[in-house]
Design a protein around this ligand. Sequence first.
Ligand code: HEM
Length: 223
Amino acid sequence: MQARSRTIWALLGLGLLLLAVQEFSWHAMWRGLYGLGGDAATQGRLVGTATSDLAIFGHMLAGGVVTILAVVQWAGPLRRRWPRLHRISGRILAPLALLTALGGLIYIALRGTIGGPVMSVGFAFYGLLMALAAVQTIRNALARDYHRHRRWGLRLIVLALGSWIYRLHYGLWFGITCSMGEATCRLGSRADFSGLFDQIQVFAFYLPYLLVLEWWPVRKSSD
Ligand code: HEM
């Protein structure tokens, strides 16, 4: 009975998380798809050479799928009940995460980012970590080292949700600062992403969460 109610709560949490990420996920997929099709309104200032277009819009399309699949992979009850679903979605997630990261990295190398060097470094590091986590997750699964596979898989899930968390941080910050008045509205954030908040954000959407993940099992095992 206890296990059953745990499963119900976990599935409820999963449903809420899916609901929360789906809007961003569709946005990324459609923008990627239309961008690849040459739609000028969708491409906006990101448009560049054929190679950088393919990299950035391909990365959005792949990233949109990755965001949804990360939630599916994370869901323990789904994994236990339908292990086949876990395997199939994992086989799609990891290679697409690698493509997402490579697309972003190629774009940064060719065109930089709107926020300049600090943002480029923060996002490039994010991309390198995602590529590493994707490769390690696949490598350890193939080697049947399931302990390491799980650890890297969790890191990959955190990173895969990072892009959505980045937008979530902005939404929360703008919501809080703007509700306090006009003088504080969007404090530390500028249109060219050069504000203090913007510069902290380029690392804060993934590094703290990865650190918590590293610390978590240590704490649990010493309980
Ligand atoms: C699941 C993961 C990801 C998704 C869903 C995603 C989605 C997007 C979307 C939709 C945009 C366009 C901006 C917008 O419409 O909001 C974008 C821009 C960008 N992304 Fe990603 N992304 C992901 C991961 C990454 C990674 C790993 C990197 C780093 C290599 C990266 C680098 C960039 C860069 C450099 C831009 C352009 C920034 C600028 O405006 O100058 N993204 N991404």
